[in-house]
Ligand binder design. Structure first.
Ligand SMILES: *Cc1c(COP(=O)(O)O)cnc(C)c1O
Length: 398
């Protein structure tokens, strides 16, 4: 079989070759599923330190049962966009549950966090507006920000003085993250709320990695930092990380949600998430709210890992969350290190540019309440054979 001609207006081959030469070519690996802090690939079981399943819920019996019951009741698909007939009682119930949990007036569901972020920015920001973003914000925010007619200013990571210098009164939206996805550190939400209030601008949190993990009842970064939900105009979170399912939401005032129902194109022109999925997420939230023990266990694993990695001389991030980056620097060295850990039965992601800035390639280690202390010790043992102090390439003869 021959495919279409490879010549034409798009230099795909050259782009791929460029990535390959820089050690940045991405390839996918089809797994046989993950559960209990383990990952099965090609018949082998690995300890999984690269998922965002922070509470170990991706394979939880009660959530699976809720999903299955939802399928029995509502079928497999929503069948239409939410403004047509795709919106069901299960969606409405989930929105109400989220609003009550997070202390917002109203909530709107999206198929994924990427589209939720893009929808909000696109619906709100016109030519006359300004958008201020942390430089380490997620690609969905950066990318949409740079495509919009508004002016975008990016401030140095968590640098509130830099943001304050850039702010103009009553001009637009400040966006940052609860927990930064590649670094694991948190934004200073009290300071952000103060700056937003003083300058008369709106404030939005992307709490994809804080939701379920931080704060009382897992309410997220704002709750953990003691920031009242009323001081943040837009809360966005996802269901595919700690909640173990998929999808996302945007919460805020009733007026904001009514506006998005009318003007958020990713909402209006997209088939709604399956009702069964909404049933599963509602069940997951019930479990997450009651998961203080799992969060305490996770906290202990984080401390154990950081101490062990520090003793081995690794450069850790300023993170007290389940996202623990180990800075390596060079892309190829980082890839090699990840491969060597895999040889030892430990699955860790190598994160390279353009996901992170050039020269800051890293292992992104994520811990989960599904891990046991012995699992963390096995990870540390594997890292110990590839000592941080030695140049990668020479290390790991063990
Ligand atoms: C994962 C992630 C998203 C995207 O959410 P999906 O539901 O996976 O599309 C958005 N923002 C941040 C910070 C994320 O980590």
């Amino acid at each position: 079989m021959t495919g279409p001609a490879v010549t034409g207006p798009f230099a795909l081959g050259a782009a791929l070759a460029g990535r390959e030469q820089a050690g940045l070519l991405r390839n996918r690996i089809a797994t046989d599923g993950a559960s209990g802090g383990r990952l099965r690939v090609a018949g082998r079981e690995y300890l999984n330190f690269s998922a965002n399943d922070y509470l170990g819920l991706v394979d939880h019996g009660a959530i699976k049962a809720a999903f299955q019951e939802g399928v029995d009741r509502y079928g497999t698909g929503a069948g239409a966009s939410p403004l047509v007939t795709g919106y069901s009682g299960a969606h409405q119930q989930l929105e109400e549950t989220l609003a009550e949990w997070l202390g917002v007036e109203a909530v709107l569901l999206f198929n994924c966090g990427f589209s939720a972020n893009q929808a909000v920015l696109k619906a709100l920001l016109g030519k006359a507006h300004l958008l201020w973003q942390d430089k380490l914000n997620h690609a969905s925010l950066q990318e949409m920000g740079s495509q919009l007619p508004c002016k975008m200013k990016r401030f140095a990571h968590n640098d509130m003085a830099a943001l304050e210098r850039q702010l103009e009164p009553n001009r637009g939206l400040i966006v940052s993250e609860g927990v930064f996805s590649m670094d694991g550190d948190q934004a200073p939400w009290r300071a952000l709320a103060t700056l937003a209030a003083q300058s008369g601008n709106w404030l939005m949190i992307d709490d994809a990695h804080g939701l379920g993990v931080l704060g009382p009842e897992g309410r997220g970064t704002l709750a953990a930092q003691g920031v009242t939900p009323a001081s943040v105009h837009i809360q966005m979170g996802t269901f595919g990380k700690a909640l173990g399912v998929a999808g996302a939401f945007v919460g805020g005032s009733r007026e904001l949600v009514a506006y998005l129902v009318n003007f958020a194109r990713h909402y209006v022109y997209s088939t709604h998430m399956p009702a069964a999925q909404a049933c599963a997420v509602s069940k997951s939230i019930e479990l997450v709210r009651a998961a203080d023990e799992a969060r305490a266990h996770l906290g202990q694993l984080i401390v154990r890992f950081r101490q062990g990695a520090k003793d081995q001389g690794w450069q850790l991030g300023a993170s007290d969350t389940p996202i623990q980056p180990l800075l390596v620097g060079e892309s190829r060295a980082t890839l090699q290190l990840a491969e060597r850990l895999r040889d030892r039965g430990v699955w860790v992601s190598a994160i390279r540019p353009p996901t992170v800035p050039v020269g800051t390639a890293r292992l992104r280690i994520t811990l989960s309440a599904a891990h046991r202390e012995q699992d963390v010790d096995r990870l540390l043992d594997a890292l110990g054979v590839c000592p941080a102090a030695t140049t990668v390439g020479e290390a790991c003869h063990g």
